[in-house]
Design a protein. Structure first.
Length: 136
């Protein structure tokens, strides 16, 4: 359906429900994204998958390197803008959310101590014990 057909269809649907409260229905949303529907759904499904895979990183006490988080977050935000200009609205939204998650990772406070970075207190204690056994 071309752009004018979509507008005409929506005008007829909205005028048919003039007595009822104007509620944005799922079929109207699907009609709006019909032109590039399968691309929008496929790309947004991938972005939603990446949103869920980032949740454990957000909950982890450590923080990934800034040179990973910041460029990735900015690139995803730029990609979200590009998808919006292509009228792939759901993809633009989900990609922007993923980009914001990466930037949240960049600015998250790290709760790691220096002992955690070296392998934890158990590893330090075992290396001291093994060094004392070697001397005897």
């Amino acid at each position: 359906m071309d752009c004018f057909g979509v507008k005409r269809y929506l005008r007829v649907r909205i005028s048919a429900h003039a007595g009822m409260a104007k509620v944005f229905k799922l079929d109207q949303l699907l009609l709006l994204i019909e032109d590039n529907g399968w691309q929008d759904v496929a790309l947004s499904a991938g972005n939603i998958f990446f949103c869920f895979t980032l949740v454990p990183m957000l909950r982890h006490p450590g923080r990934p390197p800034l040179l990973t988080c910041i460029p990735t977050g900015l690139a995803l935000l730029a990609g979200g803008f590009v998808f919006a200009t292509l009228h792939l609205w759901i993809t633009a939204l989900t990609q922007t959310i993923t980009g914001l998650q990466w930037l949240a990772l960049a600015f998250k406070k790290s709760h790691q101590t220096s002992a955690d970075l070296r392998g934890g207190p158990h590893q330090i204690g075992s290396s001291i014990l093994s060094a004392s056994l070697i001397k005897t």
